[in-house]
Design a protein around this ligand. Sequence first.
Ligand code: UTP
Length: 294
Amino acid sequence: MSKRVRTAVFPVAGLGTRFLPATKAMPKEMLTVVDRPLIQYAVDEAREAGIEHFVFVTGRNKGVIEDHFDRQFELETTLEMRGKTAALRELQQDLPSAGRTSFTRQQEPLGLGHAVWCARHIVGDSPFALLLPDMLFKGEPGVLKQMIEAYEETGGNVIAVEEVPESDVSSYGVVARGDGPDTGFSITGMVEKPKREDAPSNLIISGRYILQPEIFALLANQPRGAGGEIQLTDAMQTLMTQQAFTGVKYRGQSFDCGAKIGFLTANVVYALDRDDIRDGFLKELRKLDLEDRL
Ligand code: UTP
């Protein structure tokens, strides 16, 4: 039987340059979709999948993420005094229990691969989940849970993938699909940002991974790749020569909240799906005479 995945790594040390000036002093991962920061959605997804230990790879200006996952006694006392019990309960539910979070720093933003490597001593010799919090997924169950279900069958490494139009493949990491159903097929190759005609499929790597700890030794020796950064995909390509990789074409919808269009779309979709917001939001949208603006 495969070793259980108990730990999740959240790399949150990037500069978020696509979202400047919002991200000048505030981490991208604290941008809110309706009323929850992106990082909270990722932690909720991990908890739903059975994760017990939450490891954050932070950087400068990211202290607020640590505060977000701490208790706020003054706020809690005030909410209690004012009888705002629902808000108080929600705050308490959002918090991983004591001792289940760890924070380490990536001292320079040298790329996703380097951020993951920074978590090596905390993760140790166990498989771990990796969630990029700026990718937001609406799925039932959540995408990581769907991946854990595949992992329990296959073990090894698991990557969530999604289909994009063929014209878009050159912006992403792309996998080659082998045998097996959408819920768990073998990955036979992967390339980073291929030319459209060289892409092995239109299935892109989309921000959720389950990785074996052997990735750390490969990342340690990984030369800088595209953009001068230490690329996770490069290390995964090497790991593929030694271990199995399974693809999960997840059921659900993704929003790239590291980019403005994805972020704005996510806010509209999540607001329309919220019972407490939908009617009021629709009323305001209708007042906007969208027909005239579109
Ligand atoms: P992105 O490439 O989307 O983030 O990395 P970025 O570099 O912050 O954004 P842009 O391109 O400048 O707008 C995906 C995830 O990996 C983290 C980011 O914080 C994000 O959650 N990351 C990226 C790191 O932790 N360290 C890095 O060196 C790079």
